[in-house]
Design a protein around this ligand. Structure first.
Ligand SMILES: *Cc1c(COP(=O)(O)O)cnc(C)c1O
Length: 464
C-alpha cells in the first residue's frame, strides 16, 4: 500500500516510510492512497475474537511489505500485553442504549497507549533492521507525552524529547513525563500553550537541514501509524454490539481530531457506523466549524479537560482532504489561508459532506462537572473530565442506534476535577502509587525554534 500527502506534492511512501517520516515534506499529512474495505461477512467473523486478532485483521492490509504476518502478530502481542484488562478496550453500559468504551487500561492510563505502544514496537523493529538512530520530538497536551516516553524509555537508538505547555497539564500528567530516570528521555516545559508546542514541532519538521541531521521522527497523531492503531477499537466495540447487523453511533472527546478521524476511517472501510459525534470542551473550534463552515482559531482557554485544549486540530486536514475529493492543491490553499489569516472557509460541497458524516456539540465547564456527578449517580461509573464532555454531548445525540462514548483517560489522571464533581478522589493504580514521591527532571524552554533546535542538537551530539 502506498501513502500520499494531503497537500499533494511530497514523495509517495510505503507504510514503514510514512511511519518513520511523520510530517510530509510539503507540510501535509500522509494518508493511504486507497482504503481497503471489509465485507459484511469479514466483519461478522470478527465477533468474539481477541483484541489482538481483530487488530491484526484490521491493520494488516495497511502494512504492506513492512512486516511479515508473523512479525506483525508478534509486535501486536507485545504492544498490548502490558494492558491491565483482558479485553484491552472493554465496554461498560451507562444507560439502556448508551455504552462507554474504556480506553484507559494501558500503562499511562489514557487511550494514547493504544497507538504509542504499537508504534514503539514497530519503530524498534524497523530500526533494528536499518541500524539507524532517531530523535523523536513530540508535542503534548498532556497524555501523548507520557505515552511516548513509556513506549521509548531506555531504548539505545532513540532519544525522546517531549514539549508540553508549562503549567497547563495536570500534576499527574506532568509527573508521568518528568519522573522517568532514563537518560534518553527529555521533558521540556515550553512557555506557551499546546498549539505553540505543535507549531514549533512542525517548524522543526519543515527545517530540512535540522530534520535530516538529527533523524527526526514524529509520534504525534500527524503520524499515520497512530491513527491506524486507533481504528481497531471501533471495530472491536461495534462488533461486540452487533455490527455489521446493527449500526452503531460513536461520540468522541476531540482535540487534535486523531481519534474521531480513526472512526471515519473505520466507517469508510465498511464498518456500520452511523453518526460520528465530535464532542469539544469550551475550546470548540471544530463544533463552530461544523455550524458555520468557517474554521477560525481563537485563543485557547484552559479547561479541566486539558488534553482537548487545542485550536489547531491537525488531523482535520486529513478529513478535509477526503471531503475536497482528495485534491491536495485545494487543501494546501486552505492551509495557506489559515497560516496567513487565522481562518479558512470550507467550500459548500465539502461542508455538506462534513455535516452528512458528523454531528457535534460542546460542553461547558459546569456541564462537565455536573455530568461526572450525574453519571456516577446513574450508573456507578466514575469518569474523567474528557469522558464527561463526551457523555454530555452524546446524551443530546441518543437515538435508535446504540451509542458508544469513548472514555479516553482514567479518572485518577485528573483527581482534582473528579473530586470536585463527585466528592471521590480516585486513586492511582498500585504500580503508580509512589508517583508523587519520585524526583522530577524537566527543562524549561522558551517558545523559540532556534533555542529548541540548539538544545536538541547539543543533547544528541549532532550538528547541522
Ligand atoms: C488526546 C486526548 C483527547 C483528544 O484526542 P484527539 O485524537 O487529539 O482528538 C481526548 N481525551 C484525552 C484524555 C486525550 O489524551
Amino acid at each position: 500500500m502506498q501513502y500520499i500527502s494531503t497537500r499533494g506534492s511530497a514523495p509517495v511512501l510505503d507504510f514503514g516510510g510514512a511511519m518513520m517520516t511523520g510530517l510530509a515534506r510539503d507540510g501535509g499529512l500522509y494518508v493511504p492512497e486507497h482504503l481497503p474495505s471489509f465485507s459484511k461477512d469479514e466483519i461478522a467473523a470478527m465477533a468474539g475474537l481477541s483484541y489482538e486478532e481483530i487488530a491484526f485483521r484490521v491493520m494488516r492490509p495497511f502494512i504492506g511489505e513492512t512486516f511479515s504476518d508473523d512479525e506483525f502478530k508478534g509486535l501486536i502481542a507485545a504492544a498490548y500485553q502490558g494492558f491491565e484488562h483482558a479485553a484491552r478496550a472493554p465496554l461498560k453500559q451507562l444507560a439502556p442504549n448508551h455504552f462507554l468504551l474504556e480506553l484507559f487500561h494501558g500503562p499511562t492510563l489514557a487511550f494514547k497507549d493504544f497507538a504509542m505502544q504499537l508504534i514503539g514496537q514497530m519503530m524498534q523493529a524497523a530500526l533494528a533492521k536499518s541500524g539507524k538512530r532517531i530523535t523523536i520530538v513530540g508535542a503534548t497536551s498532556g497524555d501523548t507525552g507520557s505515552a511516548a516516553i513509556e513506549a521509548f524509555r531506555g531504548l539505545s537508538n532513540v532519544d525522546v524529547f517531549i514539549l508540553f505547555p508549562h503549567g497547563r497539564v495536570s500534576e499527574v500528567q506532568r509527573r508521568q513525563m518528568t519522573t522517568p530516570s532514563e537518560s534518553n528521555v527529555h521533558a521540556l516545559a515550553l512557555d506557551g500553550d499546546f498549539d505553540d508546542c505543535q507549531a514549533r514541532l512542525k517548524d522543526m519538521f519543515n527545517h530540512f537541514e535540522f530534520r535530516d541531521a538529527v533523524g527526526l521522527a514524529g509520534v504525534n497523531s500527524i503520524n499515520w501509524a497512530r491513527v491506524l492503531a486507533q481504528v481497531v477499537y471501533y471495530f472491536s466495540s461495534a462488533v461486540s454490539l452487533g455490527a455489521p447487523h446493527r449500526t452503531i453511533d460513536f461520540t468522541v472527546p476531540t482535540g487534535n481530531f486523531g481519534d474521531i478521524y480513526a472512526g471515519h476511517i473505520a466507517r469508510s472501510m465498511g464498518l456500520t457506523i452511523g453518526k460520528l459525534v465530535i464532542a469539544t470542551n469550551q475550546n470548540d473550534i471544530l463544533h463552530r466549524t461544523l455550524e458555520t463552515g468557517v474554521y477560525e482559531t481563537r485563543g485557547v482557554a484552559p479547561s479541566m479537560s486539558p488534553s482537548m485544549d487545542i485550536q489547531v486540530s491537525s488531523n482535520f486536514e486529513r478529513l478535509l482532504f477526503d471531503v475536497l475529493d482528495r485534491e491536495g492543491a485545494a487543501v494546501a490553499d486552505l492551509m495557506n489561508d489559515l497560516k496567513t489569516t487565522g481562518k479558512f472557509t470550507v467550500p459548500q460541497g465539502a461542508l455538506e459532506a462534513l455535516r452528512a458524516g458528523f454531528a457535534s456539540g460542546r460542553a461547558s465547564e459546569e456541564e462537565t462537572l455536573a455530568t461526572i456527578g450525574a453519571t456516577l449517580k446513574a450508573s456507578a461509573e466514575l469518569i474523567c473530565p474528557h469522558g464527561a464532555v463526551a457523555v454530555r454531548v452524546a446524551e443530546a445525540h441518543l437515538g435508535e442506534n446504540p451509542m458508544v462514548t469513548l472514555a479516553t483517560a482514567h479518572p485518577a489522571k485528573f483527581p482534582d476535577a473528579v473530586e470536585k464533581a463527585s466528592g471521590i478522589r480516585p486513586a492511582l493504580p498500585p504500580r503508580m502509587a509512589d508517583l508523587f514521591e519520585r524526583p522530577e527532571r524537566v527543562t524549561r524552554v522558551p517558545n523559540d525554534l532556534a533555542a529548541l533546535e540548539a538544545l536538541v542538537l547539543e543533547t544528541t551530539g549532532h550538528n547541522v
